[in-house]
Design a protein around this ligand. Structure first.
Ligand code: S3P
Length: 171
């Protein structure tokens, strides 16, 4: 797998709660590649949490920072890169991912996503309305775009290592 990647990174995409960070970390371990979480890198670059960036500067500002950070990170491949749920929706970010990455969509159903996001509350988008209504809307808007990924893996309610195994089989 590492040889066929060359300098490309494995880029995990999908909605909040799909398991991108947890699966990405374990996948990187298994493949002996570095793991990078784009949201964490954005927070480091900004010196603020994502919640603070949204609150102080708004979503457009966040998306521009996200685009720049991901473009920079993609230069440093091969690695496993977990992206925030909205990253792949930005056409420029999507093009950069297509050029420098092998994309993996972690696809999950509403029930699984809601169960996973309920445990944490750092996601400003879900606070803009009833979380389940917001999530349904995001699924309708985003799933057709996520479907452009090179590989799609179902992120079911099983231990993360099982999903990692499914990704490795699909690579
Ligand atoms: C977002 C997802 C978040 C984070 C930000 C916006 C989105 O990342 O980037 O809150 O637009 O779906 P996770 O998908 O890692 O929660």
């Amino acid at each position: 797998i590492r040889q066929s990647l060359g300098a490309r990174s494995i880029v995990l995409i999908g909605l909040m709660g799909a398991g991108k960070t947890a699966v990405g970390r374990r996948l990187a371990n298994r493949l002996d590649l570095p793991f990078i979480d784009a949201d964490t890198e954005i927070e480091l670059a900004a010196g603020q949490s994502i919640k603070e960036i949204f609150a102080e500067h708004g979503e457009d500002y966040f998306r521009e920072g996200e685009r720049k950070v991901i473009a920079r990170l993609l230069e440093g491949g091969p690695q496993v890169l977990a992206t925030g749920g909205g990253a792949y929706m930005n056409p420029q970010t999507r093009d950069a991912i297509k050029a420098h990455g092998l994309s993996v969509w972690l696809k999950a159903d509403l029930r699984v996503l809601m169960k996973r996001v309920q445990r944490r509350d750092h996601r400003p988008l879900l606070a803009t309305g009833d979380p389940e209504t917001v999530m349904r809307k995001l699924m309708a808007e985003r799933n057709p775009v996520y479907a452009e990924a090179d590989i799609t893996v179902e992120s079911r309610e099983v231990p993360h290592d099982v999903i990692v195994g499914a990704v490795i089989d699909a690579l």
